[in-house]
Design a protein around this ligand. Structure first.
Ligand code: SF4
Length: 276
């Protein structure tokens, strides 16, 4: 539901690539309980376009059709701080999905201090470490094209040199260097932190579980409607094929819904069947 109390649909997404003509198609569908699951947009791009940058154009296209959802359930490729903020601010869409993993060694080492273990005081431009020390320097990286703007908080070498937790915090061998913590600018940092916090909650898991089954839409499009093979050359004609495929899926689903035909259960493999 939107803030205004008006019902807005919830969508979920995935992407299909076509092998025979290099195009790919991304088609969000509705996933409201008790209603047929309808594909409400077909986004066609050359196959070498990664799905992540398509998030904003897809939302803009949905908004232009007055179909912006309250929540959009997506996989981790679509979830970034920029996408979370843009979706919310420009279209009021809550982008729901697993956030990308932090690749620092601290994030993958049990007991180590990753950036998430530090407390940020944005007003004072200070960061407090798990040992209670405050950073002494606060530097904003200049954002270059293709690079993400970051804030770097530098701790005093004197504080880190004799710290009992140093091995859990930094691998720097230099006694003249304290820990440097890189964080995103405030708005991005808070957007990602909120998404990560929700991921770990029962409500976050319940919400994201509704994306389950999106692969069956791709499977239906490929197996029943020939999505894997393009009939035409060129983006415009292929886009038209995708729109027609989406319409065919919707007609099939509406017919099933009116006939009271339930959604097929997830297929259980023979191996899983043996284990059950
Ligand atoms: S090494 Fe420095 S930043 Fe890390 S916990 Fe110790 S005092 Fe804090």
């Amino acid at each position: 539901m939107s803030d205004t109390g008006q019902h807005q649909p919830r969508f979920r997404s995935d992407q299909a690539r076509q092998c025979y003509d290099p195009q790919s198609c991304d088609g969000p569908e509705t996933c409201d309980a008790g209603a047929p699951r309808l594909v409400i947009h077909a986004d066609t791009t050359p196959a070498n376009v990664h799905e992540a940058p398509r998030t904003a154009p897809i939302h803009a296209a949905l908004a232009a059709k007055n179909l912006a959802p309250s929540e959009h359930l997506v996989d981790s490729a679509y979830v970034s701080a920029d996408h979370l903020i843009t979706a919310r601010e420009q279209h009021g869409i809550d982008l729901v999905g697993p956030t990308r993993q932090n690749l620092s060694w601290q994030s993958h080492t049990e007991g180590a201090f990753s950036a998430a273990d530090f407390t940020v005081d944005w007003d004072q431009q200070k960061v407090r470490c798990p040992e209670g020390k405050e950073s002494a320097g606060w530097y904003k990286d200049v954002k270059r094209p293709g690079q993400r703007a970051q804030v770097r908080a530098q701790f005093r070498a004197a504080d880190c040199r004799g710290c009992a937790s140093r091995s859990r915090c930094t691998r720097s061998q230099s006694p003249k260097q304290g820990r440097v913590v890189a964080i995103l600018p405030r708005q991005e940092h808070e957007a990602l932190a909120a998404a990560r916090a929700r991921e770990g909650t029962a409500e976050g898991r319940r919400l994201y579980a509704q994306r389950q089954g999106i692969e069956s839409t791709l499977s239906q499009a490929v197996r029943a409607f020939g999505l894997r093979r393009t009939r035409y050359r060129g983006l415009a004609k292929t886009g038209l094929q995708h729109a027609a495929t989406a319409a065919a899926i919707n007609l099939d689903r509406m017919a099933a819904w009116f006939a009271g035909r339930p959604i097929a259960p997830t297929r259980t493999s023979r191996f899983a069947g043996l284990a059950a």
